[in-house]
Ligand binder design. Structure first.
Ligand SMILES: *Cc1c(COP(=O)(O)O)cnc(C)c1O
Length: 468
């Protein structure tokens, strides 16, 4: 076999495509050396800062002739040197934890298999695995048999697919006037969704939250009544299980009760919180998840499944098909239930299920529980160390907390958060600075397994000294 025009084969150069009829030792060396770079990068995370100080400046254009293996490895190294470091113990700004090691390997294999979840014939085993794993999630989170699901490249897409599916239940002539209700603290992806859906500017109506950051039930009921009088259909109520700034969990049982009474779709955005439903000892924190018609889960956020990893669970399996099925005239009919491309928005899609499945296999049930509980513990430890006389906490019940100095004006709070974030970064702690209410605060996400009690002591002490 020769490798086609222009490609050398049988030499010591890396062939662009692996030989189909012989083990390729050069490819093995390349993968070994790439892995070596990665392991060094991971293993020296704490010697750098979470936010890199270098801007990577790799050669962007492909050279006229393809470059050699050493050059490819150099190219990779340049990008790695300038990459964000989720494994640094001080990386506490966002919902971006270090990667699970099994997920890293699975991602490599996923690329090597290069299967396509669009259609069963392009990913026979993996399509079935995705469906089975969605069923496991559904069962684990308390949904009835028959609940189905689909993986998506991020929670934004899962939320969008849920709302599009919910809209199917409303008569076509009424859809344009549709409204989606959620709390003021719900995620921005919902705004994106209603825009993409072509709804009116006021389609996303965000309601007040109580002192714990949860959607106000009175406000919700009042608005449902008002919409009814205006003759505007409510396409869905979105409850959030874990808000992005403070990790608040809406009262899903009560919201589900209201939705049932008014005959409205309940979508739960559990991008942050739904994973807590996987372990018996933490499930109480997100009680009511399974009362949802649809649920977004983001295993990429706390469990460390490599990006992107999100899934949408759907109580009524026909609903996804109604929303997204077009027929796939260029594919054989599936032997299983459906083609992946017929139950979701994405077409060609990698087998993201592989890193999710292998990552969960690696953790096991006890490992999953440890990740969840230790994040909650760190959050408790951290908040206990903050001086209660100096700070007002905006927390919920999960592993993240926002805070600001008590009694500060908006302007003072903005300035304090900016200065303090800068000082913390000099000490290799990265927190984020979200806008919450009318000013910025600081936020810590305690999902990083490398952050120890000593780190938390040091961090809290820096913060306690930050208010003058
Ligand atoms: C992160 C997040 C999303 C969006 O998920 P992506 O994976 O970033 O697209 C949706 N909802 C909530 C509550 C989130 O925190």
């Amino acid at each position: 076999m020769h490798a086609g025009p222009g490609f050398k084969s049988g030499s010591t150069d890396l062939a662009p495509f692996a030989s189909p009829d012989a083990f390729d030792p050069v490819l093995r060396d390349f993968l070994h050396q790439s892995s070596e770079l990665l392991c060094r990068w991971l293993g020296s995370s704490d010697q750098r800062t979470p936010l890199p100080t270098i801007r990577p400046a790799p050669e962007v254009n492909p050279a006229l002739h393809g470059v050699s293996m050493p050059q490819l490895l150099d190219d990779l190294q340049i990008v790695m040197d300038g990459a964000y470091q989720p494994s640094h113990p001080g990386a506490l700004a966002h919902l971006d934890p270090p990667p699970l090691t099994a997920s890293i390997a699975a991602d490599l294999i996923c690329a090597g298999l290069n299967n396509n979840l669009l259609a069963e014939e392009l990913s026979p085993g993996l399509s079935a695995l995705e469906l089975e794993l969605c069923r496991w999630f559904a069962q684990r989170l308390g949904f009835p048999d028959g609940t189905t699901g689909v993986l998506a490249s991020g929670g934004t897409l899962s939320n969008l697919m849920a709302l599009v599916a919910a809209r199917e239940r409303v008569k076509p002539e009424h859809r344009q006037r549709g409204v989606v209700l959620c709390s003021r603290d719900a995620h921005v992806s919902l705004l994106k969704a209603v825009r993409v859906m072509g709804l009116r500017d006021d389609a996303l109506q965000q309601l007040s939250v109580d002192s714990e950051g949860r959607l106000c039930l009175d406000a919700l009921e009042e608005r449902l009544v008002a919409l009814h009088h205006q003759g505007r259909p409510c396409l869905a109520v979105v409850a959030t299980a874990g808000t992005t700034v403070r990790g608040a969990v809406d009262s899903m049982d009560q919201i589900a009760g209201l939705c049932q009474r008014y005959g409205i779709w309940l979508h739960v955005d559990g991008a942050i919180g739904a994973v807590f439903g996987l372990a018996p000892s933490t499930a109480e924190l997100v009680r009511g998840l399974s009362s949802a018609d649809s649920l977004t889960v983001n295993p990429q956020k706390l469990l460390g499944i490599t990006k992107a990893s999100s899934l949408l669970l759907m109580r009524d399996p026909t609903q996804l098909r109604l929303a997204f099925s077009t027929g796939l005239p260029y594919m054989e009919a599936p032997l299983g239930e459906h083609h992946g491309g017929e139950v979701g928005l994405q077409g060609t899609r990698p087998a993201e299920v592989l890193k999710l499945w292998l990552g969960l296999r690696q953790l096991g049930e006890t490992g999953i529980e440890t990740v969840l509980r230790s994040a909650l513990d760190r959050c408790r430890q951290f908040t206990q160390r903050l001086d209660p006389h100096q700070f007002t906490l905006h927390n919920g019940s999960l592993h993240l907390v926002a805070f600001r100095p008590s009694g500060h004006s908006d302007q003072q709070s903005d300035r304090w958060s900016e200065t303090t974030r800068r000082i913390l970064i000099q000490h290799r702690f990265m927190l984020s600075r979200p806008l919450y209410g009318s000013s910025h605060c600081l936020k810590a996400v305690l999902g990083n397994p490398h952050t120890t009690s000593e780190h938390l002591d040091q961090l809290a002490s820096l913060i306690n000294q930050s208010v003058i």
